[in-house]
Design a protein around this ligand. Sequence first.
Ligand SMILES: NC(=O)c1ccc[n+]([C@@H]2O[C@H](COP(=O)([O-])OP(=O)(O)OC[C@H]3O[C@@H](n4cnc5c(N)ncnc54)[C@H](O)[C@@H]3O)[C@@H](O)[C@H]2O)c1
Length: 279
Amino acid sequence: MSATVAPREVVVVTGAGGMGEAAARRLGLGCHVVLADSSDAQLTRAAERLQSEGHMLHTVRTDVSSAGDVATLARTASELGRVRCVVHTAGVSPVQATTQRIVDVDVIGTARILDAFEPYVQPGTVAVCIASMAGTMSQIDAETLRLLAVTPTDELHALAALDPATMDPGTAYGLAKRANHVRVEVASIAWGRRGGRVVSISPGIIATPMGDAELAGPFGDVMREMIDMSGTGRRGTPDDIAAAVEFLVSPAASFITGTDLLVDGGVVAAMRNPGAPTG
Ligand SMILES: NC(=O)c1ccc[n+]([C@@H]2O[C@H](COP(=O)([O-])OP(=O)(O)OC[C@H]3O[C@@H](n4cnc5c(N)ncnc54)[C@H](O)[C@@H]3O)[C@@H](O)[C@H]2O)c1
């Protein structure tokens, strides 16, 4: 007599870098893990490590800025079982990418992920989009923010605020991550009608290939000062972020949706309070 094979839930992780791999490791126990990245090398490296630990891995090469790729990802994941969560970590940073690419991947890619998975949302499905503490520091007027929140994804390119000619990659990154916050707010309403939730996390400086590249870049000294002045005085680990993701997708967070969780080791608190007593 053969044993009945129980259907398995599906954990989708975009971005097979530092945070993506840590999130897949924490959340993937007993689930199908669908890992998506635009880089075959990144996908293979992370998938081999996770598979060697016993996880059930499926890789889907996906450029999150491509509507077609993201639609294929969502369909592939949903065919494996009920999508329990989508952890969207794929992204590019100012030292890695042009302004155009930051707009395409960090702004439009995130909007595409939220759109593509919405039809597959079931009660309990949760999306966690990784934004950045840079988003909390971005100065954007209310009307621009409204447009970033509600403009249909295919029309985002035409927004004056996203014209790559008007900003450098650092400014674009902050704007992109602030856009993630408001996109998550709006998506939480439609996802909520289906019983799902949508949240973002804004990490501080995290020890991943991207974090290392930024620390080695032109603003590395400023970032080290930010770490030194923070309450924790250290960089975050990828698992610090994965732990926050684990909480946000759990039933303990069932009343948390449409909002952002700042996980920055206290950097923003220290920057907002220069000269505060240090004890
Ligand atoms: N590391 C930090 O200090 C830090 C701080 C704040 C926010 N973040 C954000 O956290 C997220 C995860 O970053 P990380 O630190 O794990 O970086 P990482 O560089 O380790 O991983 C990012 C992954 O995204 C993939 N990627 C890039 N463009 C893609 C695309 N178009 N489609 C699919 N995959 C793509 C890369 O190949 C890479 O594997 C990013 O959104 C980043 O902006 C990082």
